[in-house]
Structure formats: structure tokens, C-alpha cells
Write a protein that binds this ligand. Sequence first.
Ligand code: NAD
Length: 509
Amino acid sequence: MTEYRLPDHLREAQHYINGGPAPSSGSTTIAVLDPATGQQIATTPAGTTADLDLAVDAAHTAFRSGTWSQLSGRERSRVLIRVAQLFREQAEELAQVESLDVGKPISLARAVDVNTAADTYEYAASLAQNLDGAVRRTPLPAHAYTQREPLGVVAAITPFNFPLILSTSKIAVALAAGNTVVHKPAEDTPLSALLTARLLTEAGVPDGVYNVVTGYGTDLGDHLTAHPRVAKVAFTGSTQTGARVAAVAGQALRPITAELGGNAANIIFADADLAKAVETTISAFVFNTGQFCMGGPRLLVERPVYDQVLEALAGAIPHVPFGDPRDPGTVIGPLANRRQLEKVAAAVEQAKVTGARVVTGGELAEINGGFFYRPTVLADVANSAEAVQQEIFGPVLTVQPFDTEREAIELANSTDYGLASGIQTGNISRAHRVADSLDAGIIWVNAWGMLDPAMPFGGVKSSGWGRENGPEQLEAYTRTKSVIIAIEPAPEPTTNSTASTVSTGKDAS
Ligand code: NAD
């Protein structure tokens, strides 16, 4: 394998403001580490609030100038299509950067992250051409219609696990609607945002329309969220940080969308195709090394097949390729940072203390100094255990038995989260019944993780509010204006008006 080398502009990165790299007003930097080795691969500025002000001003000026916001939807659509083309042309570079930055298996970055981002720009291009309003028939003496307008500057704040996809799901729709963006990526994984900025400029997105400020959320988050020139906040991250962002945004009367934590239940009924259900279960909890908000870390299994499923998991999981993310055969790589590694290890230790049985894994793996944790299955976990109730966000599966459909639904809905859920069954009526009863924004039946830019996702309960993807997302990135134009009544006919004289055909004489 030839070692990929980051380009210089990413190794010693700057912010990206007003169409080009911009230095920070501060001198502190953040070391970006390769999660597969723990070694430093890049530095980015630990941005300051002054840097943010500069970026917000650039975005605000760009919005006001109309170079983007006043283009027709079709013109914006053409640029977004060009962005998608550039993403496809630069796919290998984007995949390498994402893999190096997040520790993501390179095959996953190639097959999923880059393609999804390109698809999302293409889908957003179609939305840009369909920002229609509606004529409303009212009893008013008026012609009344609505139109959709962009909001202004959108602040995008994104997490470490899917940096490219989750920034794209905000940038693409924001730009489609005519907004401008200031983006603060996660401090651990900022590189694909900086690469995206260059590609957007190359595609013809005008200067100042997309800006990136790197840095710590704790330093920058409140300032960005409450900034008087920010019109909307699009946040994805943990429930805990989301609550903070919502509080600050509430105080500033700033609308937000919040895509927060998840802890989905995957339910295997005894009537499922068990071999396929086990395969689906494994991919649902190891996908992206378990750092998938819509992953399936809680397995509920109908009691008659409980032991059989556990046995199948114990047999299969040690054979899932685990290790160097640069190896194209690798399915499970390292966790994205040391903080996450420590969190996962602590959660498993805590589960063991409370009586969970380790079926496989349950320990760190010493590989090249990277942040590796073995894929782990914990059986017989009490529903009240922290490992079940709290999001672990690593390659850890808890398994619980159930006896009835009702009990499965109750267990599935028993946490504070509600982002996704899965049902493995051979009974179509049961699939509909159970899907109807689960508290989650997206449900998969005999599948896991299938997503498309046309299908909305988002949370219920503590998993947040608002939807990304689909036409529904436009609601959060546009506002509706009503225009009511008075229509004067027709003038009364006058007797000597020639226009109102109707010939009777008779001679009046
Ligand atoms: P995090 O909440 O720690 O950080 C997310 C972002 O918020 C980062 O950019 C961070 O710098 C920033 N931030 C930190 N403090 C802030 C503050 N006070 N104000 C504003 N921003 C602040 O999350 P993380 O650890 O990077 O990501 C993992 C979490 O994200 C998990 O809980 C996961 O479930 C969730 N997630 C949710 C979705 C979804 O679509 N619902 C998708 C991916 C990840």
C-alpha cells in the first residue's frame, strides 16, 4: 500500500474565509491526529471569536450582495451539480483525507462517504429548482401568494464521526435555498471541510458564501450560535451539547435544527431469516466502528432464538476484518479519538460490573499505537444498565431477550433516544405494526442503514428535532413570505359610456 500524503494546505491548515485561506487572529493551534497511529498529521487554528466575526461578516456581506442569494434556482442548481462532479473527480483524495482524519476504513470512505456527499449535492440541485410558492384562493379582494426565501447566514456545527456527509447535508440544502454558511467542524476531524471549501470555490460558489472556522466548540459555540448576524443554526452532535446550543439559541431567538445522539434498538423476531438478521445486526453495530448515530447498538432477540443468535454472533464477529483502516479489506478500524476510546472502554467495564456477560471482545487492542477497541457483544444486560440506556458510540452491542411483541416495543422505546430502529421479521403485518409503534425518526425492516438524500432522517425525544434530507429539510432553511396584492373592483358601468352601450338592433326614432 502506498502511503497517502496530505497536501500542504491541510497539513498546516488555516481557516477558509471569503474564498480563500485565512490566518487566525490567535496563535493557538490544534493537533489533528491519525486515529490509526495516534501520530499528528496536521495542525489547524484554534479559532477565536474574532475569526468567527470575520467569517460571519464575509457570509453576511456575500448574502446581501446577492451574488448567490439572488441567482435563479436554476443557476444555483448548475453550480451544485458542478460541485457534485468535482467531488466525483476528486473522490480518491476526499476518501483518503476522510479515512486519515477519522480512522475510517478506506473502503467505507470510498463507497459511502464520498458518494453520499456527491449524491447530496445532486439532490440539493433539484431542490434549488423547486423553491416554489403557492397561489392561495382566499375571499380577500386580492391576488394572494406565498414565496420561499433564504434566511441569510446559516451557522453549521458538525461532529467528528461523518465529517463530510454531515457537513454536506447542511451546506448543500443551505446553498440550494440561497443562504450563505459559516461552518465550524469538529476539532478532531476538520480536514474534509477545508477541502470542501476549495472545491466549492472551484465549482463557482462565490467568495464568502461558504466559510470554515476551525476550533473548539467550547470556545466558539456560544458566540456563533448567538451571533446577531446568524439567521439559523444547524447543529449535529451529542444530546448534551445540543441542549446547550438550544439554550443559547433560545435566548437569542435563533431557530435551530438539532440532530443529536442515538441508541437504536434492533429487534430480531424468531420468524426472521436468522442468518441474514445476524449479518444485518453485525453491520448495524460495527458500521463506522460503531460511531454511527443511527447504528444499532441495542439488540433485542425473541427468547426462542436468543441463544442461537448469540452463538452466531460469537462465531462471526472475530472474523470481521479489524485493524488498519488503510487496508481496503478492513471493516472495523480505530475509534476516531482517544476520548472516544476511553469512553467506550469505561462503558464496557461498567457494564461488566453490573452483571453483563462478555460474549466476544470486551478489551482494547494494541495496534500501532492507534485507538482500537475490539468489537464487543454483551449479553444478559439489564434494561436499566447504563450500557443500554446511554449512547456508547463504539463497536459495542448489548443483547437482551424478550417474550412478546409488546415487550419488544416497550424495551425498544425505553430510552430517551429516538433516532432510528430496526425490525428483523418474516411477517409483513408484524413489520407494519411494530414500525408504527416505535419512537424513532427512521425505521428499517430486514435491513439497516439504508439512507438516501431523498429520505428524511432526524430524531424524536432527546435525539433532537428537525429533519435533514428530503424536501422536508427546506422548511428549516427558508422562510415563507405572503404577498397579498389588492385587486380593485371593476368600475361601475356608466350610461353614456360607449363601451357599455349595447345595441338592441332597433331604431329608437
Ligand atoms: P459533540 O456534541 O461533542 O460535538 C459536536 C460539535 O459541537 C463539535 O463541532 C463541537 O466542537 C461542537 N461544540 C462543542 N461544544 C459546543 C458548544 N457549547 N456550542 C456549540 N458547539 C459546540 O459531539 P461529537 O462527540 O463530535 O459527536 C458525537 C455525537 O454526535 C454522538 O452523540 C452522535 O450520536 C451525534 N451524532 C448525531 C447525528 C444525527 O444525525 N442525529 C449524526 C452524527 C452524530
